[in-house]
Write a protein of this length. Structure first.
Length: 232
């Protein structure tokens, strides 16, 4: 019996020693900390000098959108003035103006436009006509702009048909011819409202044949055109 108890005690001692040795060799591993710690973010800095922008007033002028104390100012403040300026002159306008003047001069020179600045003030001799016709028929009109031009015609210093106004359609008058030399004159009796007197006229004989076709351009009041007609 004593031997059995001694055996039990020896087994218990050996077991305790084994556990102690095992505990020394194999220590427990501490579990890892997997909790994610939140990242600290610094709040944005608050500026105290931010510009104050005022909402536009629709009852004011369109250029008064921002207040005068705003930092967002474009350009410089300009005082109001009623005086007309040329701050926004288009360079093309000067070129166009010069071209228009050149064109006007060309039109006047070619007899396509009237202009007081280039009035003809000298009488014109249209030359000589020889004919056997008993009378002449003269058709006349204003070939540029209908502006109230008047003409007066005479044969041998005798007025023919009174004072005649020029229109776009042809008017006409008739005068007889005496044997020998006849002096026929047409006079610019007035200027029109847009410039000098402009007249186109055609002369026909008693058989309806065209004898002469002429015109004058931009004549001043009182300027005359003269024909010497010789009836053979």
């Amino acid at each position: 019996m004593r031997q059995f108890l001694l055996f039990i005690m020896m087994c218990f001692a050996m077991n305790s020693q084994a556990q102690t040795e095992f505990a020394k060799k194999f220590k427990a591993i501490t579990p890892l900390n997997t909790t994610v710690s939140p990242k600290k973010v610094a709040p944005p800095a608050v500026t105290t000098d931010a510009p104050v922008i005022k909402a536009p007033n629709i009852l004011k002028k369109q250029d008064e959108v921002l207040p005068s104390f705003s930092k967002y100012q474009i350009g410089q403040t300009k005082s109001f003035s009623m005086e007309q300026t040329n701050d926004f002159v288009n360079p093309g306008d000067r070129v166009m103006e010069r071209m228009t003047k050149d064109l006007d001069k060309t039109l006047v020179r070619e007899g396509l436009k009237e202009d007081d600045r280039m009035l003809v003030k000298i009488d014109k001799n249209f030359g000589e006509i020889r004919t056997k016709s008993k009378y002449f028929v003269v058709q006349y009109r204003d070939y540029i702009y209908i502006d109230g031009d008047l003409i007066k015609a005479t044969i041998n210093n005798q007025m023919i048909g009174g004072i005649m106004e020029l229109y776009s359609n042809y008017g006409q008058f008739v005068f007889d011819l005496k044997d020998g030399i006849n002096t026929f004159e047409m006079e610019a009796y007035s200027k029109g409202s847009s410039g000098g007197n402009t007249c186109e006229f055609k002369i026909y004989d008693d058989k309806g044949a065209l004898v002469r076709s002429e015109f004058w351009d931009n004549w001043d009041k009182g300027v005359k055109g003269k024909f010497v007609i010789i009836k053979e």
